[in-house]
Design a protein around this ligand. Structure first.
Ligand SMILES: Nc1nc2c(ncn2[C@@H]2O[C@H](COP(=O)(O)OP(=O)(O)O)[C@@H](O)[C@H]2O)c(=O)[nH]1
Ligand SMILES: [Mg+2]
Length: 356
């Protein structure tokens, strides 16, 4: 008997089946809604956790810069010359940098000249706007922690910076985020200068669930980078993170070393590295400026990671460096833990600095 005939013969049963089917479908929809709702609330909870971490990480800077600012502004109704002088001093002592501070004050003065009755609260919001406008952030795929992966070849990120700024730690944190997003990550231990550096990176790679390619201490960094890319390509890796020693022996030496690593990688993946990220220790103030100047002169730097903002009242350095070098800040480090790396978002950063 054909199926059609069954349907004809047993209309009541068919109706029951259809009803069951409709209920199942409705149920599935409900379940999908619940899953979607749960996912949305998890995303919201995650965002709240990140905001909290950012707020905690920038606590010292906030207390430094912006509570002083609040005190300056408190109880005064008009923005006057004395207030702007105090503002200038606060910004400079928070390591925003002289040039950037002078620029900010100049623009605020111009606005005050236009609007003679600007009050102190307005000053705060204008300052927020001015600062946000100075900050460059790098666009990127938020799903992969700010990195836009490339179909069919690994995204190669070379990490540079002087000893101790947090390169290895940042690579470890980033690798963890990427593996968590289901990506296959290779790490190249091209800081071969110190034996301990290789082992430290290995610990991070293991923790993150990434594959590390290493040679022995003292070997040629370019050769390690080459091996790493070969291996990454052969194994279909999504991302490759290259740690480097970044010794600042002198400008030519640094330039030669970085150029050699770049050239060798381009032999395996023609347009590699896709990004060179300079790591700066945010607690070192003017030294960070100096390092940014040297590295940007020695090689093309596409992005910045500014670390250790949790330990400093000088988080203003992010503002000055972003303004002066016009290189987008991609990440900020707000602690030593594996989750203490955040994608830089200038609005959130400014909110965290001022208290939102
Ligand atoms: N508080 C804090 N410490 C950090 C951060 N990033 C790195 N560190 C610490 O800085 C030190 C040097 O880091 P490391 O990654 O070895 O620097 P590298 O020499 O540039 O590779 C280590 O003790 C890290 O735990 C951060 O965002 N916050
Ligand atoms: Mg290191």
């Amino acid at each position: 008997m054909a199926l059609f005939d069954i349907f004809k013969k047993r209309p009541a049963e068919v109706e029951v089946l259809a009803q069951v089917n409709r209920e199942l479908e409705a149920d599935t929809e409900r379940r999908e809604d619940i899953v979607a709702e749960r996912a949305a609330s998890e995303v919201a909870a995650e965002a709240a956790r990140e905001r909290e971490a950012l707020n905690a990480g920038l606590e010292k800077t906030r207390r430094g810069i912006f509570s002083r600012l609040a005190r300056t502004v408190a109880g005064r109704s008009r923005v006057d010359e004395a207030m702007l002088d105090e503002l200038e001093e606060i910004l400079i002592t928070s390591d925003v940098g002289v040039d950037t501070t002078v620029g900010i004050i100049g623009r605020i003065e111009a606005r005050v000249a236009r609007d003679k009755y600007m009050n102190a609260a307005e000053l705060q919001s204008i300052l927020r706007e001015e600062i946000a406008a100075l900050l460059e952030e790098s666009a990127g795929d938020k799903d992969n922690f700010g990195i836009t992966l490339r179909p069919g070849e690994p995204y190669v990120l070379m990490v540079v910076g002087v000893n101790g700024v947090g390169k290895t730690t940042t690579i470890g944190k980033l690798a963890a985020q990427l593996t968590r997003a289901g990506k296959r990550v290779y790490i190249g231990a091209a800081d071969t200068f110190r034996a301990a550096a290789i082992d430290q990176l290995q610990v991070w790679a293991d923790r993150a669930g990434a594959t590390m390619v290493r040679q022995q201490h003292g070997s040629d960094p370019a050769s390690v980078a080459y091996d790493t890319l070969r291996s990454a390509v052969a194994n279909g890796a999504d991302a490759v993170l290259i740690d480097t020693a970044g010794r600042l022996h002198n400008k030519i030496g640094l330039m030669n070393e970085l150029t050699k690593i770049r050239n060798v990688m381009a032999k395996v993946v023609p347009d590699a590295p896709h990004e060179v990220m300079l790591v700066l220790d945010g607690s070192t103030g003017q030294n960070a400026f100096e390092q940014a100047a040297q590295f940007t002169a020695a090689t093309k730097v596409n992005s910045l990671a500014i670390t250790k903002l949790d330990g400093t009242a000088k988080g203003g350095v992010v503002i000055g460096i972003s303004d002066r070098f016009r290189v987008p800040v991609r990440y900020i480090g707000v602690g030593e833990g594996i989750d203490d790396l955040q994608i830089f978002d200038r609005r959130e950063f400014v909110d965290a600095l001022f208290g939102s």
